[in-house]
Ligand binder design. Sequence first.
Ligand SMILES: Cc1cc2nc3c(=O)[nH]c(=O)nc-3n(C[C@H](O)[C@H](O)[C@H](O)COP(=O)(O)OP(=O)(O)OC[C@H]3O[C@@H](n4cnc5c(N)ncnc54)[C@H](O)[C@@H]3O)c2cc1C
Length: 95
Amino acid sequence: MSGHGLSDAYRDAELLAVALDAALTGAVEEREALAGYEQARLRESAEIFDLTCALAQYPPVSTFIELNKRLSSAIDAEAAALAARPVPGAAVAKA
Ligand SMILES: Cc1cc2nc3c(=O)[nH]c(=O)nc-3n(C[C@H](O)[C@H](O)[C@H](O)COP(=O)(O)OP(=O)(O)OC[C@H]3O[C@@H](n4cnc5c(N)ncnc54)[C@H](O)[C@@H]3O)c2cc1C
């Protein structure tokens, strides 16, 4: 419906990799690391997911246009947040 999903998939793969790294290096209990990953994924997916579900109900045109504008803003905000995120392992690679 929204033509969106690949960036979520990459984001979630990175969130999971960071969580697994924390668990495998012993920094955090595995259960806690994976629960943290799940919460982050749900939190970061919620707005776009809800907008997509609303669009998929084919509301009246004026609502459809408004939802698409909100979706566009949400996707822009997600992209900016992803671009601002530190690159995992970058500090280790530099050292
Ligand atoms: C028709 C269509 C068009 C789309 N267009 C866009 C677009 O233009 N832009 C965009 O950003 N997103 C688009 N998407 C959404 C995007 O493709 C998905 O959000 C994204 O691919 C999800 O990635 P993923 O890695 O989470 O899951 P998937 O890509 O679904 O990968 C999951 C993989 O796990 C495998 N698998 C499942 N169960 C098992 C198992 N038990 N054992 C082993 N392997 C298993 C599957 O075979 C699959 O290869 C589109 C989706 C569809 C269906």
